[in-house]
Design a protein around this ligand. Structure first.
Ligand SMILES: *[C@@H]1O[C@H](CO)[C@@H](O)[C@H](O)[C@H]1NC(C)=O
Ligand SMILES: *[C@@H]1O[C@H](CO)[C@@H](O)[C@H](O)[C@H]1NC(C)=O
Ligand SMILES: *[C@@H]1O[C@H](CO)[C@@H](O)[C@H](O)[C@H]1NC(C)=O
Ligand SMILES: *[C@@H]1O[C@H](CO)[C@@H](O)[C@H](O)[C@H]1NC(C)=O
Length: 313
């Protein structure tokens, strides 16, 4: 009886850690490909694969039964310098899909934010890096208003079938990422490592999602024009997923990122720092999709924690 109780506690402790990390896109085509206005059958098919991959990853996350989802967004409400966490008890927002506005294409989510963990995380990390919190329309952790969310948060979280069962911590990347993403690499790796230490020690079962799109310069007709850096950038990111080789991300992809224009880059470097702190060999990766059906690249990937601790019991 006592043994069972102890074993239960031990297993509970082992389970209480980062059980998986995910990269999900936030493009409207992935959210709802049915309105993607193209005559290109290949592109249409790639959009479908991206969408189905997001659904599949949503179910994988659900089956991991997390208590806490830690989401990084590059498109949230941003501070110039600091990484910020949203401190309202709840958040709400809408997202549109490309080529179809609401109505009829309406997508919204309301989520519970884990304001206590967020505040605690800020206190725990203050000495290491540029991190702070934001409360909207009221005191931290107490505002009755819903923190405003948009596509960077809404689209990935929309794919989680039981989003109301979990609490979410949202980290918004600072807007200096637009001009300083490469010079931020050491800081991002360090931040990821510190986040790992914090999240890994929580009593909750934690899943991390990096909301990220890849290169935005795939098409001459797109809003950012064409760059020959777009394709090699997206390929390098795919190769990083398959190898977890840091230099592919921070040297190879870094060469292209400023012309590729990828909003997701800083989140991915932070994720590498996180996974590295947790031993790279303890993550099993799956690359579901890496395509650019329109001018911007999107990727769906998972890194599930292998149960090497269970094995050694
Ligand atoms: C779809 O694309 C065609 C051709 O570019 C254009 O004429 C049409 O207005 C577009 N429809 C929507 C709903 O954007
Ligand atoms: C905080 O941000 C500044 C840039 O605004 C950077 O120079 C500094 O290295 C960062 N601090 C840490 C601990 O990374
Ligand atoms: C966080 O939010 C809850 C409501 O969900 C509230 O009861 C609690 O006091 C808040 N925590 C902090 C640290 O403000
Ligand atoms: C159709 O889309 C695919 C995938 O995005 C692209 O590689 C190809 O060049 C496109 N074809 C045309 C004719 O635009």
């Amino acid at each position: 009886m006592l043994f069972t109780a102890v074993l239960f506690i031990v297993l509970k402790l082992i389970n209480s850690r980062i059980i998986g990390t995910f990269v999900m896109p936030h493009g409207g085509i992935a959210l709802d490909p049915t309105h993607f206005n193209t005559t290109n059958a290949t592109a249409k098919n790639e959009a479908e694969i991206l969408h189905k991959s997001c659904q599949e990853v949503g179910h994988v996350i659900d089956s991991l039964d997390p208590d806490l989802v830690f989401l990084s967004t590059p498109h949230g409400i941003s501070d110039l310098n600091n990484f910020v966490l949203y401190l309202n008890p709840a958040g709400y927002g809408k997202a549109d899909t490309d080529n179809c506005q609401c109505p009829p294409c309406c997508y919204s989510i309301k989520i519970k934010l884990d304001n206590s963990t967020s505040i605690d995380l800020i206190q725990a990390m203050k000495t290491y890096t540029n991190i702070s919190g934001l409360s909207a329309f009221g005191p931290p952790g107490q505002s009755e208003e819903l923190f405003p969310l948009r596509w960077g948060e809404v689209i990935p979280l929309h794919f989680l079938p039981n989003i109301n069962r979990v609490k979410v911590v949202i980290l918004s990347q600072p807007s200096r990422r637009y001009t300083q993403d490469v010079s931020m690499i050491p800081e991002l790796l360090e931040l990821g490592s510190n986040l790992y230490k914090y999240l890994e020690d929580l009593p909750q079962r934690v899943v991390t999602i990096i909301s990220a799109d890849l290169a935005h310069t795939h098409l001459k007709s797109g809003p950012y024009g064409y760059s020959d850096a777009a394709e090699p950038f997206d390929q390098a990111i795919g190769q990083w997923v398959m190898t977890l080789d840091q230099s592919v991300l921070t040297v190879e992809a870094a060469k292209y990122v400023d012309k590729a224009l990828s909003c997701g880059y800083t989140g991915l470097v932070m994720l590498h720092g996180m996974m590295h702190a947790g031993e790279l060999s303890s993550w099993k990766q799956t690359l579901y999709a890496n395509y650019h059906p329109s001018y911007y690249g999107m990727m769906v990937a998972s890194f599930l924690r292998t149960s090497h601790i269970h094995d050694s019991l």
